[in-house]
Design a protein around this ligand. Sequence first.
Ligand code: XUL
Ligand code: CO
Length: 440
Amino acid sequence: MSKKFFPGVERPIPYEGRESKNPLAFRYYNKLQRVGDKTMGEHLRFAVAYWHSFMGTGADMFGGPSFKREWHTAVDPMDRARETMDAAFEFCQKLGVDYYCFHDRDIAPEGESFSRTCRNLETMVQCALNLQKATGVKLLWGTANLFSNPVYSQGAGTSPNAHVMAYAAAQLKNAIDATHALGGENYVFWGGREGYETLLNTDMKREQEHMARLLQMAVDYKNKIGFKGQFLIEPKPAEPTKHQYDFDAATTLGFLREYDLLDHFQLNIEANHATLAGHSFAHELAVASAAGKLGSVDANRGDLLLGWDTDQFPTDVYGTVLAMIIILKQNGLGKGGLNFDAKVRRSSVDPSDLFHAHIGGMDAFAQGLLIAHRIIEDRVLDNFIEERYGSFKSGIGEQIMSCKTGLEDLEKWIIREGAPAVQSGRQEMLENILNSYILR
Ligand code: XUL
Ligand code: CO
């Protein structure tokens, strides 16, 4: 690492406690502090998303780049890629985050042919390997960008054109190779343009069969090369296509079950994708977790007043508490982690804004972790929920669930016992208890 891209920032960002007024310090995230049986760092496994934080330019639908990143100034695309990578590793080290995530096209530019593009990727994988060794920063997950190149305008795995599907498969192989070479702990499949715009030109059943075939080929290849990382699918309901096939957690689990792929995949749940699907972040986490399939998280937030994927940094502590309750109750994310798939706003033009954004997200999840841990320790919700379903532990409830009754038995029982009393769900009381933990 030669040039310094963040000369003004001390390394690493210190933990100074909640009274600190230093904007470049953590108030809650104290990496080595123990919470239950693990340290905060082990619980949270934060990752920096290469695409937003190092490839992002601030451009939107109404205007071009607004950030002037020093790592984007070199004329030669490969020099630019090297400098961008130096900046990314310098940033992770100074922030004190152990992981990063990338798309193949984030770390290496496309060349004039497919083979040239693959060589560019190999070169940049070598650079990443060296930087990983030098800094100790590791790869949480890699993925393939199967949506930016115009050949994918009608999908990659679900393109109507077999040539495009083959091109996607070839690119996918190289992205898995890159992730494997870098010791990536996971590999993510987000269905970039895997969906449709109009049924007038689409055979939906067929497209889903094609997608399943692509995923099956990926599973076969993973087994062949001995890649030990976990495969993850990231649901999203819309954007860029009108109907994305991996709409939400439940839809994705149904798809995996239908095509006999369930054993090979976990889910990567993204907060903003959950709200776009009309769910809460916690709902999507709970659906995935209940199926034993919550593998990793893209930690961000949307804006409920805007109908698109705003990918903002997560700062809502209420949301992080609810998320961390679900994560702690399934005993953590295993190989997965919390990846900041989030971008600073177009007007946050300074490199230091990247630090403020990540510090805020990390502190919000650290607070979420601390509060969720206390709520679970005190069993406040658990005791209530257990009691709420208590009637199934014995008597008629136990008989129903152990298949000892049919409809006729229950008719007889009801004629004898009469109508049930209505019990309160105590929602307001529980909301007050939750606030009493958050607002301490
Ligand atoms: C898009 C999105 C992606 C995936 C990786 O909405 O979330 O960045 O996380 O391809
Ligand atoms: Co994402």
